[in-house]
Write a protein that binds this ligand. Structure first.
Ligand code: SAM
Length: 316
């Protein structure tokens, strides 16, 4: 399949920003504009509520919203379905006492999603180490009316997990830099020469070791109970490979981190981790994968680490 034909099968996803209004109000508004509920791939005036993610609507791929007032006002966020999985799976609590970290935040789509799931309550620390991207993040958070976010212009790896500020942080989201190989219009680099492939292997190994370092750092936060790790990569080395190593890391053993059971990690989603890349099939079942060819999303990967003691608690 070419990128164009893949892209034609990916609906235009729109996340309704609960910090501004409700999904019911959004649906009414779209209906008043002449859209009707139906199959978004069949007709460019049809739209649908997503079956996995609350507050997510799917439109025909040709529909554009970048110039729409709703987008400019932050009432809708243009976010691929798969990239809504991490915040939903992390499932932060909607509570004044909530304390959450987004370790790699810019441009901020997942940060604003977390903020909305928290009901704009509690505290969400959003780290971004790149100065330019940090400005984008600040703009995005203000547009999305996130009042519970403290944006921090810093490298997450330099933060002290024992700092009193972070003593109540229970939920951490890690969506670190990755190869981006799952993004549909970047797939063509997979077809390149052997030399290029070697360079890619080298680059992927470096990315994987950075990703592992980020997870290990997150596991050091004393009250951390849930850590969601995600990439928009299709490569096992950045996904299952990193997860396997993280489970064996001293921080996981000390912090008693393990993989959340499948029931807690979007159980209705059928595509799971790669069996052959994990030590056992049960572990692979707890991981979520999205295929750019078959799922109507970009290629994506999500995993949820939980403290062994918290395995019984409910979530998505
Ligand atoms: N979660 C974001 C979203 O959905 O909008 C996308 C995050 S992007 C994949 C990764 C971001 O992490 C980049 O902006 C990068 O600059 C930032 N980053 C990478 N390493 C970091 C670190 N050690 N500390 C803080 N930010 C980091």
């Amino acid at each position: 399949q070419t990128d164009d034909s893949r892209a034609a099968q990916i609906p235009r996803y729109v996340r309704v920003n609960r910090n501004c209004w409700t999904i019911e109000e959004a649906i009414k508004t779209f209906v008043s504009r002449g859209y009707e509920l139906g199959d978004p791939l069949a007709c460019n005036k049809a739209f649908a509520k997503d079956e996995h993610i609350p507050d997510l609507l799917a439109f025909h791929p040709h529909v554009q919203f970048v110039d729409d007032a709703l987008y400019k006002e932050g009432k809708i966020i243009l976010q691929d379905k798969a990239s809504c999985f991490p915040a939903y799976i992390l499932a932060p609590l909607e509570d004044e006492g909530s304390s959450v970290i987004d370790a790699t935040a810019a441009p901020g789509n997942k940060t604003s999603h977390l903020s909305a799931l928290m009901g704009n309550k509690g505290k969400l620390f959003a780290f971004e180490r790149d100065r330019k991207r940090f400005s984008t993040l600040k703009m995005m958070l203000s547009k999305a009316r996130c009042r519970n976010v403290e944006a921090v212009s810093a490298d997450f790896l330099t933060t002290d997990p024992t700092d009193a500020k972070y003593s109540k942080v229970t939920h951490i989201m890690l969506d670190p830099s990755c190869s981006g190989s799952g993004i549909v219009n970047r797939m063509d680099h997979l077809l390149e020469s052997d030399k290029q492939k070697d360079e890619d292997q080298d680059r992927l190994a470096k990315l994987a070791s950075f990703q592992l370092m980020m997870i290990r750092h997150a596991m050091k936060f004393p009250s951390a109970e849930r850590i969601a790790y995600s990439t928009c990569s299709i490569h096992a080395i950045e996904n299952e490979g990193v997860v396997r190593q993280a489970l064996d890391a001293p921080e996981a053993l000390e912090g008693q981190f393990t993989l959340a059971p499948r029931e807690q990690v979007l159980p209705a989603w059928r595509r799971r981790g790669l069996d052959e890349e994990m030590n056992n099939a049960d572990d692979a079942q707890t991981l979520v994968r999205c295929s750019p060819d078959e799922d109507g999303t970009n290629g994506f990967f999500v995993c949820l680490f939980v403290k062994k003691a918290d395995i019984g608690s409910s979530s998505n």
